[in-house]
Design a protein around this ligand. Structure first.
Ligand code: TRP
Length: 335
């Protein structure tokens, strides 16, 4: 059986939210149970340093995101689960591939370009507030992916460009040094790739529109009640495809539930009722995990132990592979 290597990371900024759950954590935990999958899931704490300059927040977010994966049942015996900064091979590889990455490729990165455009629009220096971490971010991400020979990388649509860049970088490297790096493929799924936030834009820490995953039952209900809807009255038909509330419901629902809710919208379900049903569905799915999360988050030493063991396991792959890469580029023993 040829196995696929599925790898994904979550940047450790902020508190895990529903978008992280449906977009990454849940499908990845499911994938990790398949026989034909080698799973690598990690905490992208180096990536978080680009924006997050508060050391305590870096630590807290790492703790919360790690606890989330574990609370939701990731089996760390079968899946590799580690913290990026515990794998020095990743940063070594970052430099090696930095030297075969065209600067022009980085100039084209959407995330970087957006900041430059904002700067220009507001009359600032184009480079205002831009550190080299932001500029080189896609190279670090490529190293995360290439270090483990990843074949499939589940990501949100906003990350597809980064995957294309990782392929470009790998191709250019291989062209010069031989077929060593594996070209990864982005995997996006229709229902989950773009969970909208409370305001209808993509749920993202950058937009400040997230619903945190581990709210209490009461807080979760409140947050769902605050999702923006239009002013259609009960009894008036509503368009599910133009509704953030429906998209959020759909991300948690099975096919049958999704079809029923679609019909309910057409039949003019009241927004309040649609919200109540959305709350019940999500709360039902998260209730058990919530208890395990609360337990884990108060025992950080247990989480640390899991991460340290995970890093040791991941390095058993990364270390010999990096040795081959070093050899290929000429970083060789002289003896
Ligand atoms: N850039 C990704 C995000 O913000 C996080 C990330 C870092 C990642 N390294 C990765 C995702 C490698 C997939 C693979 O969502």
């Amino acid at each position: 059986m040829t196995k696929r290597t599925v790898l994904t990371g979550i940047t450790t900024t902020g508190t895990p939210h529903l978008g992280n759950y449906v977009g990454a954590i849940k499908p990845c935990i499911e994938a990790s149970h398949r026989d034909d999958v080698n799973a690598y899931y990690f905490l992208a704490d180096y990536h978080s340093l680009v924006k997050n300059k508060d050391p305590e927040k870096v630590r807290q977010s790492t703790l919360e995101i790690a606890a989330t994966w574990l609370a939701l049942g990731l089996d760390t015996e079968t899946a590799m689960f580690y913290r990026q900064s515990d794998i020095p091979e990743i940063t070594e590889l970052t430099w090696i591939i930095t030297c075969s990455t065209a600067k022009g490729l980085m100039n084209r990165a959407h995330a970087y370009k957006a900041v430059v455009q904002d700067n220009v629009a507001s009359g600032e220096d184009p480079d205002f507030g831009i550190n080299m971490g932001l500029f080189s971010y896609p190279i670090l991400m490529a190293a995360d992916i290439l270090m483990f020979g990843s074949t499939h990388v589940p990501v949100g649509k906003d990350q597809i460009q980064h995957l294309e860049m990782a392929r470009d970088i790998a191709q250019r490297f291989n062209h010069h040094y031989g077929e060593i790096l594996v070209l990864p493929e982005a995997v996006t799924s229709e229902h989950v790739a773009m969970l909208p936030g409370k305001d209808g834009r993509k749920m993202s820490k950058s937009y400040n529109n997230t619903i945190p995953l581990w709210l209490s039952e009461k807080q979760l209900r409140k947050a769902i009640m605050r999702i923006v809807t239009n002013s259609l009255e009960p009894g008036e038909p509503k368009d599910p495809d133009d509704s953030a509330l429906f998209a959020i419901y759909a991300a948690f629902a099975n096919d049958e539930q999704r079809a029923e809710m679609r019909q309910a919208y057409a039949d003019g379900i009241a927004w309040g009722q649609a919200k109540q049903q959305t709350f019940e569905l999500i709360n039902g799915e998260l209730a058990e995990g919530r208890e395990r999360y609360q337990d884990l988050i108060t025992h950080p030493a247990r989480i640390e132990e899991v991460l340290v063991a995970g890093a040791a396991k991941a390095r058993r792959f990364a270390s010999p592979y990096l040795a081959r890469i070093r050899e290929a580029v000429g970083l060789r023993s002289l003896a």
